[in-house]
Design a protein around this ligand. Sequence first.
Ligand SMILES: Nc1ncnc2c1ncn2[C@@H]1O[C@H](COP(=O)(O)OP(=O)(O)OP(=O)(O)O)[C@@H](O)[C@H]1O
Ligand SMILES: [Mg+2]
Length: 261
Amino acid sequence: MKIFIPANQKGGVGKTNTAFNFTHYLAEEGNRVLGVDGDEQGNYSRAMSDYVQLGLGASQLFGETPVVLPDAAGAVTVLHADKENLRAVERSGVSDAQLVSNLRARLNELASCFDYLVIDSAGSNSRITNALLFVSDFAVIPTKIDQDSIDVSVEVLKRIASIKSTWNPAMVNLGILPNEYDSRQPAQVKSLKALLGKYPQFIFPAFIADRSAYREASAARTPVWRLKSEADGRTKTSTRDAAVEMRTVFRMLLDRMEAQP
Ligand SMILES: Nc1ncnc2c1ncn2[C@@H]1O[C@H](COP(=O)(O)OP(=O)(O)OP(=O)(O)O)[C@@H](O)[C@H]1O
Ligand SMILES: [Mg+2]
């Protein structure tokens, strides 16, 4: 089971948008996918509500006992953000090391049931987010292309480098993925160029543009390539462009993940 996480301690940069669409993409590629919502806001759980298993909360991954899945689970199974229990984990007296150790043990028990685990995490430096990062195999850093967001993303690059050098040497950093990018804005074009000049090896070689279809798809709880955006069931050109763009980015991500043993 390969573990994928969109990581960024900044809020509203596209972590959930990436996670929920990618969960669908992996399933459509024939994979068994476990989705975990580690963010008590529950945005991923809402977008994936058709796949949530009642009674199975993400907090259970941090406990001492195995998570028991229902026999009839389909290609996608989601452990939703059980807010109160996640908060209890966050505030518990259990050490960070023990949380990571419990999480590893629970995921190892589930590993034979899934090909991929997709994690949605909070835009904050919580203990839960850190533990989830420590066990992940692949991280991508979605970011908006404005100076504040870029500064935070560079911090995330450093944080991942530090996690790789200590807790999780095998982790692969798939790089900064520009999101909500608008190539008609000269300031954004300039900022992205500067970022590429400074960290060429850490910038993912594609971007996701600013398109309303992403917001509509998330509200409709469907991946953007299945969104029917007009009353007669037809798809707008701008929605089709979003679908092609997102699937292209996901194919590139998956190629990189499949290339790893
Ligand atoms: N490329 C995009 N174009 C247009 N809207 C987008 C795009 N990516 C994300 N959004 C929208 O922006 C908002 C924030 O995105 P998202 O929820 O994915 O961010 P996040 O990093 O998960 O935020 P948080 O840290 O609060 O969990 C959402 O309403 C989402 O639908
Ligand atoms: Mg989110």
